[in-house]
Design a protein around this ligand. Structure first.
Ligand code: CP
Length: 325
């Protein structure tokens, strides 16, 4: 079949760096408009179908509020409450939602589910997190880093050190950092380091942008060069039987505590996509530190979703009934 003309957001690597830069500028403009109480109602009368196979606070609330601010409407399709993949094929679900909604957002257990939805959908599909990546978080995070760069610095001059497990947020951060020409370092015990296929793909991007990608177990050395220190949960709900092994691997060396954060330069910022396990991968004194920007990140999810929704839908892409084409 011919390639779909519909633009989706499944992986930031599908989007050229220049287009990502323009998207960040659009998000910033919408954020400034929001601060003035003047968000344009660019999605008046449009609907967003939000599929969630897992719980969410930030992704759900940010997309729902973003649609309301843009004049549209969002439907929260709770885990287990639609026929997704069980009594109805992914293909049929994508086709039906495409006839009723203007955009689909999906948080799915498997990355293959969101790609299958996008292949069948006739409206844009946004990946709201899978077992592989989290592109909306990554876009939010580069925006947040851009806002918190030391004076006179650009993202291409900056180093981000991701401490801990090779999560879906780790993969997305690695790829988008490479796209923006940043120096990315993953600091983790060997068994939890980013796999060679991710690193190879990210290095191939970095070679074209002037960035670099490193993986190390030496977290103290890595943090010493960080402009941004990022961490994420050490286990997710389906990894609870691994908790003892994971705690043993990460503690105490890879916990971002005051001692580890003090090794970073005095301007370094602390980042976390949230939710956080306080006292596990990060201590209270770091997450609540004056140089922690975790709640700026969380707020920026809202602004990023507004920009992403407008970028994908306005003005060229319309929900098109086959009868009207
Ligand atoms: N960071 C993030 O995606 O948070 P939620 O799981 O609450 O959506």
């Amino acid at each position: 079949p011919a390639a779909s003309p519909i633009k989706h957001l499944i992986d930031t690597r599908d989007v050229e760096r220049d287009e990502l830069e323009r998207l960040l500028d659009l998000i910033t403009a919408l954020k400034e408009a929001d601060a003035d109480g003047a968000v344009p109602r660019l999605l008046e009368g449009r609907s967003l179908g939000m599929i969630f196979e897992e719980p969410s606070t930030r992704t759900r609330v940010s997309f729902e509020v973003a649609m309301a601010k843009l004049g549209g409407h969002a439907l929260y399709l709770k885990p287990g409450e639609i026929h997704l993949g069980a009594r109805e094929s992914l293909y049929d679900t994508a086709k039906v939602l495409s006839r009723m909604c203007d955009v689909i957002e999906a948080r799915t257990l498997s990355h293959g589910t969101v790609t299958a939805l996008a292949q069948a959908a006739e409206v844009p599909v946004i990946n709201g997190l899978t077992d592989f990546n989290h592109p909306t978080q990554a876009i939010c995070d580069v925006l947040t880093m851009r806002e918190h760069l030391p004076p006179g610095r650009t993202l291409a001059d900056a180093t981000i050190v991701f401490v801990g497990d090779r999560t879906n947020v780790c993969s997305s951060t690695m790829f988008i950092a490479a796209q923006f020409g940043m120096r990315f370092v993953h600091a983790a015990p060997p068994a939890y380091q980013a796999p060679p296929d991710w690193v190879g793909a990210a290095r191939a991007i970095a070679e074209t942008t002037g960035g670099s990608v490193e993986v190390t177990a030496d977290v103290e050395d890595a943090v010493a060069g960080a402009d941004f220190v990022y961490t994420d949960l050490w286990w997710w709900v389906d990894q609870e039987d691994e908790i003892p092994a994971r705690r043993a691997a990460f503690l105490p060396r890879y916990q971002v505590d005051a001692e580890l954060f003090a090794r970073a330069p005095s301007h370094a910022r602390f980042m976390h996509c949230l939710p956080a396990s306080r006292g596990v991968e990060v201590t209270d004194e770091v997450i609540d530190h004056e140089r922690s920007i975790v709640f700026d990140q969380a707020e920026n999810r809202l602004h990023a979703e507004k920009g992403i929704l407008v970028w994908l839908t306005y003005p060229t892409v319309r929900r098109a009934s086959p009868a009207l084409r």
